[in-house]
Design a protein around this ligand. Structure first.
Ligand code: ADP
Ligand code: TYD
Length: 208
């Protein structure tokens, strides 16, 4: 499996521990000798990082819901072309903090039911799913308080509040059922090392 590359994504609500787990997994796999590319969305390539500022900073109402879907998809297309596909072609393990499932949730659910549009655009412009997606599932109140502890200029979706986080959590769990072949759900309401142990076990099994 390593020869053909492995595309892993982390998903979950804001503050669920995705970035921490993605980083720890990357370090662990590198220690075992795997060639790992750790990346994130929105972003992960020069162009996509520019789009990241457009969607996460400034007035939250600056884009219509539809334009926002286009921007996230444009960022993903650039990331896929410039970073993900070349790395997979070289047999690397690509670990990505969020991917298309986040668009299915945030843009698909938060400003009306736009999931159909998100999926259509995904089929047209992206057409690639991860080999495996680790969903860090957790209680939205804890996630929100962890996320709020961070300082930054990015107007994150966490500003929408607890109701949306609850909707997102349920949505991610439903998505894990919908794509049960590639999703693995990990309980994020535990200390960071216990979560990391589960993640490592799951991923090493896939790499074997
Ligand atoms: P995400 O990328 O999902 O938003 P982060 O990995 O950035 O989450 O974690 C958000 C905050 O919570 C960070 O300050 C991080 O150190 C902390 N954190 C991550 N995982 C845990 C955990 N299992 N228990 C307690 N704190 C955690
Ligand atoms: P991220 O940096 O992963 O935030 P966090 O660490 O708080 O989880 O992502 C920033 C925000 O971007 C997050 O609130 C979710 C949102 N987002 C979307 O709305 N759509 C997308 O397609 C992606 C990838 C992220």
């Amino acid at each position: 499996m390593t020869k053909a590359g492995l595309f892993l994504t982390f998903e979950g609500i804001d503050g669920s521990g995705k970035s921490s787990q993605a980083r720890m997994l990357a370090e662990h796999l590198r220690g075992l000798g795997y060639d790992v590319v750790l990346t994130r969305e929105p972003g992960g390539s020069a162009g996509a990082e520019e789009i990241r500022s457009l969607v996460l900073e400034g007035d939250p109402d600056r884009w219509s819901a539809e334009t926002e879907i286009l921007l996230f998809t444009a960022a993903r297309r650039d990331h896929l072309e410039r970073t993900i596909r070349p790395a997979l072609a070289e047999g690397k393990v690509v670990i990505c903090d969020r991917f298309a499932d986040s668009t299915r949730m945030y843009q698909g659910l938060s400003r009306g039911d736009l999931r159909g549009l998100v999926d259509q655009l995904h089929d047209l412009m992206i057409g690639r799913e991860p080999d495996m997606t680790v969903l860090i599932d957790m209680d939205p109140e804890t996630g929100l308080s962890r996320a709020k502890g961070r300082q930054g200029t990015e107007e994150r979706f966490e500003d929408f509040g607890l109701d949306l986080q609850q909707q997102m959590r349920a949505g991610f769990l439903a998505l894990a059922d919908e794509y049960s072949d590639r999703f693995r759900v990990v309980d994020g309401n535990r200390d960071i090392d216990s979560v990391a142990q589960d993640v490592t076990d799951i991923v090493l099994q896939a790499l074997r």
